[in-house]
Ligand binder design. Structure first.
Ligand code: CAO
Length: 565
């Protein structure tokens, strides 16, 4: 075992760079070319690859540190005999993240291929120049990413480089399978149709200029321009296999993609590679790194969320794809802005809300409960509550009443089966309670509410709401809910339409109680009314069920003696 110190390689022009991502922990094993850390200059982001397989001993810098060429940045324990050399600039993949005319010192210069034999078909292996296909324009476009390295075995169709015009980024696929002998371009270079990209060693037969089908993938890119949705339509007519040889017609048509203004994708090459391998469009991934940079974790969290959504029973029952995307807008064109990253809870809530909103056919029914007597009784409990150390709010009565209403109206204590063909009747009664926390919305669950009295339920409300606000809820404390209560009573408002927390089929939204005049048959009398909104999944519940549930709930809250029956 050898300890090798990794230093900042030649940065191709930049004098100092910032350390923006330390992705590994001491002891993590690494393979050759795995990204050790990410550096960023004002023009480019660079993954620093490991020169050898082994394990990270430690980083010698902290995130946010400024380093220059030759500065030690990490120590690795190299497996095997020889420690490989420190990576040089050509080993460092860079991606420009701002429009730049120069990316590295010699970025404008396309390195021309040496006079090398092209497609020497007679030998068992031959050298083959790989060229940029017809990109549908005479203009040169910027090379923003090199996706291959010398020595790589590349299959036909694998991405070689990524080009970026002012309208789209294009993955340029390899027209041949083979081993990369030489890369003939540098990131930041301007390339046009027919320019050489790389020199491959191919098996002799494969050296023939055969291009059957290739796909150029287009992605929306930043464009400081009108906040409108435009359509990118770049058609690649042909891919040439070598200079001077006839172009082979190829059915290469870029899928028209909505290009949205201002949607710059800020991610390093390693992340882009993972995204491509997983089929993830980075435009859909929110970056949690510095300045919104997309990290590997963001891509894997995105994939996990997609899988989770796909597996969710309600989603499986109905689908919900094909929804047109909301256009991304460059708001900075209208005034000063700031990008705030969302917490994990906020992101999960957003995904769940969207899933539930799209999958569940919602109906919301409204009613007021007269809680004049309930409130008088509750206030009378204050002294005893202080002795017991328990604060009783209307929410405890609501949860107790929901439990009784669920028992009397079992349709609300069901879930649709995953295949949407049957209903699961629950014989337990656990009620979720939405809690507003600084990190986002959390829904702890109070179990077996029908077996608990107001004191116990009140104590649990305080305990679980406190844990939610302190970020101490355990996953099990948020699972198993049959129905959810969302109370904005302490905040205000006179009504809202809550979103069903699928696969539950009902949710009660409660607003602030107010004294209002109520006609008692002879005169108007002041009564304390609690506005309630019951949203339900119309696949599992019909209007009659909902009317009976709501009426029952109103009766229980208006005369809590019924709760004792
Ligand atoms: N009308 C009038 N006053 C009400 C009320 C209502 N419907 N509900 C509660 N109150 C009063 C309480 O009685 C208490 O006052 P007193 O101390 O004088 O009795 C006061 O409001 C504060 O209540 P609280 O918020 O501390 O406690 P709670 O039991 O009412 O609510 C909880 C607990 C966790 C539900 C609440 O704190 C909360 O987080 N609500 C937000 C839920 C939410 O965000 N829903 C939206 C989800 S979708 O985005």
């Amino acid at each position: 075992m050898t300890i090798q110190t990794i230093v900042v390689p030649d940065l191709g022009g930049a004098e100092t760079v910032e350390v923006i991502e330390l992705g590994l922990s001491p002891g993590d094993s690494i393979e050759v070319e795995d990204s050790l850390l990410v550096l960023e200059s004002d023009k480019a982001t660079m993954d620093i690859p490991s020169p050898a397989a082994g394990a990270l001993v430690k980083y010698l810098v902290a995130e946010g540190a400024t380093v220059k060429v030759g500065d030690p940045i990490a120590e690795i324990e190299v497996a095997g005999e020889a420690a490989a050399e420190t990576p040089q600039v050509e080993d460092v993949e860079q991606v420009a993240h701002e429009p730049a005319t120069e990316v590295v010192a010699d970025a404008e210069t396309v390195i021309q291929p040496e006079a090398s034999p092209v497609a020497a078909a007679a030998s068992s292996s031959a050298e083959q120049l790989i060229l940029v296909p017809d990109i549908g324009s005479d203009d040169k476009v910027e090379l923003i990413e090199i996706s291959i390295a010398v020595g790589d075995e590349v299959a036909e169709g694998d991405t070689l480089v990524v080009l970026e015009s002012d309208k789209a980024t294009m993955d340029v696929p390899s027209t041949h399978s083979g081993k990369v002998l030489k890369i003939l371009v540098a990131e930041g270079a301007k390339l046009g149709t027919g320019d050489a990209v790389a020199l491959f060693e191919v098996v002799a037969d494969a050296a023939a200029p055969v291009v059957e089908e290739a796909v150029i993938e287009e992605k929306p890119v930043a464009k400081a321009a009108p906040a409108e949705t435009a359509t990118v339509d770049t058609t690649v007519d042909a891919i040439q296999s070598a200079p001077g040889q006839p172009a082979q017609p190829a059915s290469v048509a870029a899928e028209p993609v909505a290009a949205t203004a201002g949607a710059s994708i800020y991610a390093g090459p390693a992340v882009r590679l993972i995204a491509r391998e997983l089929g993830v469009s980075l435009s859909e991934v929110s970056g949690s790194g510095p300045r919104g940079r997309i990290l590997k974790d963001d891509v894997s969290n995105f994939v996990k969320q997609v899988i989770k959504n796909k597996d969710a029973p309600a989603a499986a029952a109905t689908g919900g794809s094909g929804i047109p995307a909301v256009p991304a807008i460059d708001f900075s064109q209208f005034g000063e802005i700031e990008e705030l990253s969302m917490s994990k809870i906020q992101r999960l809530t957003a995904a769940n809300m969207q899933r539930n909103w799209l999958n569940v056919p919602h109906v919301t029914q409204f009613d007021d409960a007269d809680i004049t007597e309930l409130e008088a009784f509750r206030k009378g409990l204050k002294a005893e509550g202080e002795k017991r150390g328990v604060r009783v709010t209307p929410v405890a009565f609501l949860i107790k009443a929901i439990g009784a209403a669920l028992e009397a109206n079992p349709e609300f204590n069901r879930s649709l089966a995953a295949d949407g063909q049957s209903l699961i009747q629950k014989h337990y009664c656990h009620v979720g309670m939405a809690v507003d926390t600084p990190r986002g919305l959390m829904v702890p669950v109070i179990r077996d509410v029908n077996e608990k009295g107001i004191w116990d339920i009140s104590a649990e409300i305080s305990l679980l709401a406190g844990k939610a606000r302190d970020g101490k809820l355990k996953p099990a404390e948020m699972q198993g809910g049959c129905f959810t209560l969302s109370s904005l009573g302490a905040i205000g408002g006179n009504g809202f339409t809550p979103i069903v927390n699928a696969p539950e089929v009902g949710i009660l939204g409660v607003s602030k109680s107010q004294i209002k005049p109520v006609w008692d048959g002879a005169e108007f009398v002041p009564r304390l009314l609690l506005p309630m909104a019951l949203s339900y999944d119309h696949r599992a519940i019909n209007g009659g069920d909902a009317g009976r549930f709501m009426t029952h709930l109103v009766k229980l809250l208006s005369d809590i003696r019924y709760l004792a029956l």
